[in-house]
Design a protein around this ligand. Structure first.
Ligand code: HSE
Length: 416
């Protein structure tokens, strides 16, 4: 198959943009070069000649020779504007902007069709792990049962450094920012929003579900306190921020982002630092595991490069799952959770289906128990910043669809 010559208009020259420049320099086999780079800041020192830059987006968007726009800027609304205009102007697009894609997925799907242009975004999800392409090509059947993963590099880096080096949360976050792992607004990382944006993309390719990120529940790592960190170390657990998507019943999928205690038997236990890991489970093949660097200039640029290379062969996503069985997100399932709180009345035990453990000390209270997800999601206490909620180590194996009559709840994991 012959490869198309790719002439790139690049938006953004931050950590990933510069990384892409360097990676392309070292990939002469790819028939791709950057014609122009659009940046915002006139006064910033640039590591390459100013001749490569423009400050006017139309220099790229209206340039007939440029056939691919690579969008690597921070501002998600400006990015949407650029990406949609590029598509309307007949250009293929590569983007790493998970927030923009997650928030505008529906419109972007329509635009791709209307404009008949490819739009690839492997770098937006787990950076160096080729998970979207695998979901598209290998898991394009209805056998996928679940997908779970550490999909945010910064939080994993922070959790690793605080537990292994005894760094403070603030110091670890500062390091994650210095290394170019964190978002420019790191609240998106630590509060679980970045992981949720990625889960939104994964749901589209894994199960054909197109939902706004608001439909997905997310908790982050910012509420973790000394008690649960100590408990994790005493029990030989680690804490990881996990994204979950699991089929339940015939047409339902449970999806959420919640931190979790992970034990040594889990493959996620050794996914540390800036690494991400994704585990898929299918009906007949059991579990498969992907691991790779989830943030940073070169891991992200390598995924962008792979998309550019794929475009040189005219590759495009087919979103096969959307044409197959239709799945909906469900809130009707239960989870086993650990909940730590300050005052006895903060968390009513009557909200739980069952309680496995209760603990009280000078540091506060905790409960381990099974709770209906819809109850957790709607309860005021779960939104209290002083309440910390984690999944227990076996929770992912035991997500089950619940049907309740008064207090009698039945739990089923069947997907038929
Ligand atoms: N802030 C993101 C992360 C960057 O830490 O995973 C890569 O998407």
């Amino acid at each position: 198959m012959s490869r198309k010559q790719i002439i790139i208009g690049l938006f953004g020259f931050g950590c990933v943009g510069k990384g892409l420049w360097d990676v392309l320099e070292q990939t002469p086999g790819l028939r791709a070069n950057i014609r122009s780079i659009c940046v915002k800041d006139h006064n910033k020192q640039r590591p390459i000649s100013l001749d490569h830059f423009t400050f006017d987006k139309n220099d790229i968007l209206n340039n007939q020779e440029i056939n691919i726009v690579v969008e690597l800027i921070d501002d998600s609304e400006a990015a949407y504007e650029i990406v949609s205009t590029a598509m309307r102007n007949g250009k293929g697009v590569v983007s790493a902007n998970k927030k923009m894609i997650a928030e505008h997925l529906e419109e972007l799907l329509v635009l791709q069709k209307e404009c008949d242009v490819p739009f690839l975004y492997e770098a937006a999800c787990c950076a160096s792990i080729p998970i979207i392409r695998n979901l598209e090509e290998y898991y394009d059947n209805d056998l996928l049962v679940s997908l779970e993963g550490i999909v945010n590099g910064s939080t994993n880096y922070i959790l690793t450094r605080t537990s292994e080096d005894n760094l403070s949360y603030e110091a670890a976050l500062k390091l994650a920012m210095e290394k170019g792992y964190a978002e420019s607004n790191p609240a998106l990382d630590v509060e679980g929003y970045d992981a949720k944006f990625k889960l939104t993309l994964l749901l589209a390719h894994a199960f054909g579900i197109v939902e706004k990120p608001d439909a997905i529940y997310n908790l982050g790592i910012q509420r973790l306190g000394a008690l649960e960190l100590r408990l994790a170390s005493e029990k030989g657990y680690k804490i990881k921020l996990m994204a979950h998507a699991q089929r339940l019943g015939k047409n339902n999928v449970a999806a959420f982002v919640i931190p979790q205690f992970v034990n040594g038997a889990s493959r996620f236990y050794n996914v540390d630092d800036v690494f991400n890991g994704v585990q898929t489970e299918t009906s007949f093949a059991d579990k498969q595991f992907f691991m790779g660097k989830g943030a940073g200039a070169f891991p992200t640029a390598s995924a962008v490069l792979s998309d550019i290379s794929a475009l040189s062969y005219d590759y495009r996503y087919e979103y096969k799952k959307m044409a197959q069985q239709s799945f909906d997100l469900t809130d009707k399932f239960s989870l086993e959770v650990f909940v730590r709180f300050e005052n006895r009345e903060d968390v009513p035990t009557s909200d739980f289906i069952s309680i496995a453990e209760k603990y009280r000390s000078k540091e506060g209270y905790y409960i381990v128990g099974r709770i209906r997800f819809d109850k957790l999601r709607s309860s005021a206490w779960a939104g209290n910043p002083a309440v910390s909620i984690l999944l227990t180590p076996d929770s992912s194996e035991e997500i089950c669809e619940v049907s309740c009559s008064t207090n009698d709840c039945k739990c089923s994991q069947s997907i038929m």
